[in-house]
Design a protein around this ligand. Structure first.
Ligand code: FES
Length: 428
C-alpha cells in the first residue's frame, strides 16, 4: 500500500518512468509519484554507479536527478507531475534499476583510482580513460536547446522575505501590519513550510499561512509561490535578489531596503556506512508526502533520532498503519542492495526495515547569507556551520536579516517567535 487508499489522494494523471506507466497526482513532485509507485532507484552515482534515490525531497541533496522530456539533470523532487510527462533514469545502462555498470562498485571495494591505474602503456591508458569517461558525468545532452529565458524585470519593495515557512510568515505578517510593501517568496507552491507536515500542530493555526498572504496583499505587497531565489548580491546600496519561477516563466530582479532570509535548513543524511541507499529519506519530507499525497514508501520504517521530531514522526507513521521503530542506538551500517533492508547497530542489533526516516533536525542553510558576506562559525552542539545571526534576526550586513532554521535548528514555535523579532527589527 504505497499510497493511502483515500479519495483525497486519488491519482489523476500518468507519467512514464523508464517506459513504465506511473500513476500520479497533478502537481505532486515526480519523486513523490515514484515513491508511491515504489520506484526508489531513479539514477546512479557518477563513478561507482551506486543506486541513487530521493533523500531530502526538497531540492538540496541532488540525489534525485532524472531526465524529464529530454532535459537532463532535473530534480525529481522539484518537478511537478504533468499528464504524459516522460521521465528517464540517468547515469545507467540500460536503466537505473538494472544498471550493468553497477558491477564497478562491488568489484572495487577499495576504490577505483583512475589516476594511477594503467598509466602505461599508452593504448591501455587511452582505453581506460575512454571507459572511465563513460562511467562519469551526469546524463546525456538535452534533446533540444533550452528556450530563451524571459526578460528580467527590475522591481522595488520595502522588504523582501525569502521563505514562507513559520519564520518567514511571521516576519511578513509583522511588516505588513506596519504597512510595508512586502514581497513574500517561497519556492514551494504552498505556504507554510514545515507547518504543512502537521508534526508540530500547536505552532500555528492551520489557517494562519493563508491569513498572512491576505495581510501581505492587503498592505500593497505580493506573494510569489513557486519562486526560487537564485542569487543575491550588493549593487550600490541595498541588496538585490534574482528570483526565478517556471510557471509562468518569470525572472525578477528585486531591490528591497530589507531582506529577511527565512529559507530554512538542509536535511542532513545520517552518518553511517550505506547511508546513500535508496529508502533513506528526510523524515520531515516523508511526513509532508504522507500528509499531502498519502505516500507511504514502505511498510517498516526505522526513525532515526532521539528528539521530539523523531518521536512525532514515529507516532505519525504508526498512525498511518506503518510498523514504526524509533532507533535510539548508534547505527553503524545500512544493509541492502537497491534499497535499504536493515540497519545494524553498534551493539550488534539488526533492525529490519524498508524505509529509514532521518528524524534529526536539518543543518543550517546559510548559502544566501554567505553570498552577502555573513560569517559562519562551526557549532559543535549542532555539528554544523551556523551563520552569525542575532536573536533579533540582524546580521553583520546592513539590511540583511535572518530567522529560523536557516540559522540553527529550532522548533516551529521558536521559528515563529524569531521571525516576529526579525520582522520588528526590519521595520525601521
Ligand atoms: S534534491 Fe531531490 S531528493 Fe534531494
Amino acid at each position: 500500500m504505497p499510497r493511502l487508499r483515500d479519495s483525497r489522494f486519488a491519482t489523476d494523471c500518468t507519467v512514464t518512468f523508464d517506459g513504465h506507466a506511473v500513476p500520479a497526482r497533478s502537481g505532486e513532485s515526480v519523486a513523490s509519484a515514484l515513491l508511491a509507485a515504489e520506484r526508489l532507484v531513479v539514477s546512479r552515482s557518477s563513478k561507482y554507479h551506486r543506486p541513487r534515490g530521493p533523500f531530502c525531497l526538497s531540492g538540496s541533496c541532488g540525489s534525485c536527478l532524472v531526465r524529464v522530456d529530454g532535459e537532463p539533470n532535473r530534480r525529481a523532487c522539484r518537478t511537478p507531475c504533468r499528464d504524459g510527462m516522460t521521465v528517464e533514469s540517468q547515469n545507467a545502462w540500460p536503466d537505473a534499476s538494472h544498471d550493468l555498470l553497477g558491477v564497478i562498485d562491488p568489484l572495487t571495494p577499495h576504490g577505483l583510482d583512475v589516476h594511477h591505474m594503467f598509466t602505461s602503456p599508452l593504448t591501455v591508458n587511452r582505453a581506460l580513460v575512454t571507459f572511465t569517461r563513460r562511467l562519469a558525468g551526469f546524463g546525456r545532452m538535452p534533446d533540444r536547446p533550452a528556450p530563451a529565458g524571459p526578460p528580467v524585470t527590475p522591481e522595488c519593495f520595502d522588504a523582501l522575505v525569502l521563505g514562507a515557512g513559520p519564520a518567514g510568515l511571521a516576519a511578513a505578517e509583522v511588516l505588513a501590519a506596519e504597512g510595508k510593501r512586502v514581497l513574500l517568496v517561497d519556492r514551494d507552491l504552498l505556504p507554510g513550510g514545515r507547518l504543512r507536515t502537521g508534526l508540530e500542530p500547536g505552532a500555528a493555526p492551520p489557517s494562519w499561512p493563508a491569513g498572512v498572504l491576505r495581510a501581505v496583499t492587503a498592505a500593497g505587497g505580493e506573494f510569489a509561490l513557486g519562486t526560487t531565489a537564485t542569487g543575491i548580491w550588493r549593487d550600490g546600496g541595498s541588496p538585490v535578489c534574482l528570483l526565478v519561477s517556471d510557471d509562468p516563466p518569470r525572472t525578477r530582479l528585486v531591490r528591497a531596503a530589507r531582506i529577511v532570509a527565512c529559507t530554512g535548513g538542509h536535511a542532513r543524511p545520517p552518518t553511517f556506512e550505506g547511508n546513500d541507499l535508496p529508502g533513506i529519506h528526510s523524515g520531515r519530507a516523508l511526513a509532508l508526502a504522507l500528509a499531502e499525497h498519502g505516500v507511504l514508501p514502505g511498510r517498516h520504517v526505522a526513525v532515526l533520532g532521539a528528539g521530539p521530531e523523531a518521536a512525532a514522526l514515529s507516532a505519525r507513521f504508526a498512525a498511518a498503519g506503518l510498523d514504526a521503530t524509533q532507533v535510539r542506538g548508534a547505527v553503524t551500517l545500512a544493509r541492502g542492495r537497491s534499497r535499504v533492508r536493515s540497519l545494524l547497530l553498534a551493539d550488534g542489533t539488526s533492525i529490519p526495515c524498508d524505509v529509514v526516516a532521518q528524524g534529526e533536525p536539518p543543518a543550517p542553510g546559510p548559502d544566501l547569507l554567505r553570498a552577502l558576506g555573513v560569517g559562519v562559525d562551526w557549532d559543535p552542539d549542532i555539528e554544523a556551520f551556523a551563520p552569525r545571526v542575532a536573536p533579533d534576526g540582524t546580521t553583520s550586513v546592513p539590511g540583511l536579516l535572518a530567522a529560523g532554521e536557516v540559522a540553527r535548528p529550532v522548533s516551529a514555535a521558536e521559528a515563529v517567535a524569531w521571525g516576529r523579532r526579525a520582522g520588528e527589527a526590519a521595520r525601521g
